[in-house]
Design a binder for this molecule. Structure first.
Ligand code: GLC
Length: 804
């Protein structure tokens, strides 16, 4: 089987060596504040603050992989009678290459290619806290003869309202404007804006070398009324570009640099900047700075330093190299990406319209970054709380730029429930995780508004964070159906099972149970006995309802429909068993030991595949309006019996909770993308991040992955591996250490920063057990039990753990 690249562990890069990957493989640069994605052939989709309303570059993922997308660069070699034009990014000219390497790094992409004796070495990144993408090119003449060469970087702009770009072909092009700003010595800045934003937000594209000419109009660049192509732009057959400032139309930015004669072995450096500022005047000082290669080097070194610091929060050394790769580099990196981009900018989540940040998605994403970026996590939590309704439920999604929230797909069903049964409960888990990591109990007192506004757009009510949590719990306590189980609303975690109003969700019942456990622990920690008692009684009530009514014989049910009939039962033709119906009663502590074991064994036997655990089975086989979106997929795809990876770590957590380390690890391995590196022709997506879904075994393309990067799998796989398999879990009172590992392991070690201190944890497993801490020493002194208290934050502490 073909492989398209390899992991370079020393440099923490994945190196793509064949540009013809089955689908585009991407990396992210910058953050949501400014940044976007860069594909492995140099295409880029960049935006500032929001991909829907402030997108800079046009990138249409649905076009074939060979097509131009967003940005590229052409090199032009002068030959005796004509020019040879090619792109060192392979796309869009598709010339034969002697070498192509795309190094997917931490916040940067570094491409090295060789065409026609010219090596191009380009690093693409956004400096920390900055509003520009830098492309730092070095061109080297590898041949034995001098060459005369020009370099023409090109960007294609979009209207900032990214959806309008595609829905309106009159107003949009009439508003698009480009101008040139001539600096000294031939340096040029091309500016671009939609007319209405002329005085507030200007895109710019510039370089560090004199440009002898430029183009801003796509039709002129391609030539022949656009019967010229990106693969062969006719403008590049003339000595100079037309120096045209577009007053409408499809705007681009192209700068022509004559690099002159390059001697054998000689290297030239070209640095481009694509950014957005209020005006070119505001941008000028920083543009000047980044024209200096030393400043670019410093910015790149600072980026590397940021990632060193970020990742140093948790580093592991286990007997499994693939797990080490994920936990030390790629999984925390993916969590950083999901924290930024939630579900709204990837090659699959296109960032148009109103989806924005998902309430439940971001609440879960936050849990993957709390240890590394607690301040950012807290900010996101506050943002989510501000779109919680006064009744405790939450809006499904929000646009972070406008802070306008909406009820998601539930809007499509008139008269149905306008909330999702689970959204609001996730925030309880996220807040508690934040408190356990940081000890910042004062956060509970912070006042945050509820979403509803009065006529002058002021929030009608505000409450403390604790009040928000209580209302979230109360909403579920009071919104129950005929069995006393929580109402489903439009849907729960599984967006696509949309039953009639009045349906009940077992998943929400379990999530509520888990949230109650967290509230009880919190109340015990803060000494609020009344709160602890109240929630303990709620917990017992729900536990009894679940166990009295939802055990199906070998597993738990998943839903009750509005008429009281079950779904996720052996009596159903389709959807007999759902994985979340089994993992979550274990996570919530609802399932008694015998049922917990049996439910998880049913998962293994009915839902397990070599590529991961399916969400449900058998898949529905045709549209059924009474079941909703799930029946739009063929059997084996997405939520309809696909391997929806997000749900896999929950089974890992449940197995670890029961002490089954071998199985927990087997499940972990099955979905580890690193292990797919030599199965790419089946898997197709990047082997360095989790995809959202893999086709299940009811589908002819079993094993095919899609929707890489933006998935809750990142956060939960990270939590499952670090807190449940390796078993190093932050709690209110310290680090709880309770590994649940494969019996074959001799041990492992972890370095964990926690509340300022560094814990160097060494776990030894001489008797080859899965679980069972027999002794812990801290700095050579015996520790009572396996909770290592919060330690002096100025020191490194040695923690020795013995299993037996
Ligand atoms: C998508 C959604 C997530 C949902 C999941 C399952 O990943 O972003 O919110 O829980 O699908 O339907």
């Amino acid at each position: 089987m073909a492989s398209y690249g390899y992991f370079d562990d020393q440099h923490r890069e994945y190196v793509i060596t064949d540009p013809k990957t089955p689908v585009k493989w991407i990396n992210y640069v910058g953050t949501l504040a400014f940044g976007g994605l860069v594909d492995h052939t140099g295409g880029a989709l960049i935006c500032k603050g929001d991909p829907a309303l402030n997108r800079i570059v046009k990138y249409i993922p649905q076009l074939p992989s060979s097509e131009f997308k967003g940005e590229t660069l052409y090199l032009r070699l002068a030959t005796s009678d004509r020019y040879r034009v090619f792109s060192p990014y392979f796309v869009p000219t598709l010339d034969h290459y002697d070498r192509y390497e795309c190094h997917v790094g931490l916040g940067y992409t570094h491409i090295v290619s060789e065409f026609y004796g010219i090596r191009t070495d380009v690093t693409i990144f956004v400096p920390l806290d900055d509003n520009r993408v830098i492309r730092d090119y070095k061109f080297t003449n590898l041949g034995s003869q001098p060459v005369e060469m020009d370099a023409i970087p090109v960007v294609e702009y979009t209207h900032p309202d990214a959806l309008k770009q595609f829905t309106n072909a009159d107003w949009v092009p009439q508003t698009m404007q480009s101008r040139v700003h001539n600096g000294r010595n031939g340096l040029k800045i091309l500016t671009q804006y939609a007319f209405l934003r002329r005085d507030i937000a200007v895109n710019y594209f510039t370089s560090n070398l004199p440009a002898s000419s430029f183009e801003t109009d796509r039709a002129r660049f391609l030539g022949d009324h656009e019967y010229g192509t990106w693969a062969n732009p006719q403008a590049l057959m003339a000595t100079e570009l037309s120096n045209y400032e577009a007053h409408r139309g499809d705007n681009i930015a192209a700068l022509l640099h004559h690099l002159g004669v390059i001697q054998p072995g000689e290297t030239r450096r070209l640095i481009t900047q694509l950014g957005q500022e209020a005006s070119v005047e505001v941008a000028l000082p920083s543009i000047g700075r980044y024209r200096d290669g030393r400043e670019v080097d410093t910015a790149f070194a600072n980026l590397a330093r940021f990632w060193d610091g970020y990742l140093s929060t948790l580093q592991v050394d286990t007997p499994d190299a693939n797990m080490n790769r994920m936990l030390n580099v790629y999984n925390p990196r993916q969590c950083h990406v999901t924290q930024n981009w939630s579900r709204y900018l990837s090659l699959y989540q296109l960032g148009f319209g109103a989806r924005g940040i998902g309430f439940r998605d971001t609440a879960q994403d936050v849990m993957g970054v709390i240890a590394h970026a607690p301040a950012e996590a807290r900010t996101l939590i506050e943002m989510l709380l501000s779109v919680q309704r006064r009744n405790g439920s939450a809006f499904h999604q929000l646009n972070p730029l406008t802070m306008i929230a909406n009820a998601g797909d539930s809007r499509e069903v008139e008269g149905g429930p306008d909330y999702y049964g689970d959204d609001h409960l996730w925030i309880v888990l996220a807040i508690v995780a934040y408190l356990e990591e940081t000890g910042d109990l004062a956060f509970l007192e912070k006042v945050v508004p509820y979403y509803e506004k009065d006529r002058s757009e002021h929030p009608m009510e505000a409450g403390t964070v604790l009040d928000h949590m209580r209302r979230a719990i109360d909403f579920t306590t009071t919104n129950v159906g005929a069995h006393g189980l929580p109402l489903l609303g439009f849907a729960d975690w599984n967006d696509t099972v949309n039953l009639r109003a009045g349906a009940e969700s077992l998943f929400v019942a379990h999530l509520y149970g888990k949230a109650l456990l967290e509230m009880i622990h919190l109340a015990q920690h803060t000494g609020d006995a009344a709160m602890a008692d109240r929630y303990a009684s709620y917990y017992e009530v729900m536990r009894a309802r679940v166990n009295d009514q939802a055990w199906d014989g070998e597993w738990y049910l998943r839903y009750f429909d509005a008429d009281g009939s079950p779904l996720g039962s052996k009596v159903n033709k389709y959807g007999q068993i759902y994985v979340n119906g089994q993992s979550w009663p274990v996570i919530a502590g609802f399932a008694p030991p015998d049922r917990a074991r049996q439910a998880l064994d049913s998962v293994k036997h009915k839902l397990g595949t070599r590529n991961g655990i399916k969400l449900s089975m058998p898949g529905f086989d045709g549209w059924d309006p009474s079941r909703g979106g799930i029946t739009t997929y063929p059997p084996g795809a997405k939520e309809n019996g696909g391997i929806f990876l997000h749900a896999n770590p929950w089974v890992i957590i449940a197995e670890a909770t029961l002490g089954n380390g071998d199985r927990a690890f087997e499940y972990y391995n099955q979905i580890n993308p690193v292990a797919k590196n030599d199965q790419i022709d089946d898997f197709e997506c990047e082997p360095y991040v989790y995809p959202q879904n893999v086709l299940g075994d009811e589908h002819p393309q079993f094993g095919l992955a899609r929707n890489s990067w933006l998935t809750g799998t990142a956060s939960w796989a990270y939590q499952a591996a670090t807190q449940y398999i390796l078993g190093i879990a932050p709690t209110h009172n310290g680090l709880h250490i309770d590994p649940c590992i494969p019996c074959s392991w001799d041990g492992f070690s972890v370095v964990r920063r926690f509340r300022g201190a560094v814990y160097q944890i060494e776990v030894n497993n001489p008797n080859h057990v899965s679980r069972g801490v027999t002794s812990v020493t801290v700095d050579g002194q015996p520790n009572e039990g396996n909770l290592v208290p919060v330690l002096d934050g100025t020191k490194v502490h040695e923690v020795e753990v013995l299993l037996g």
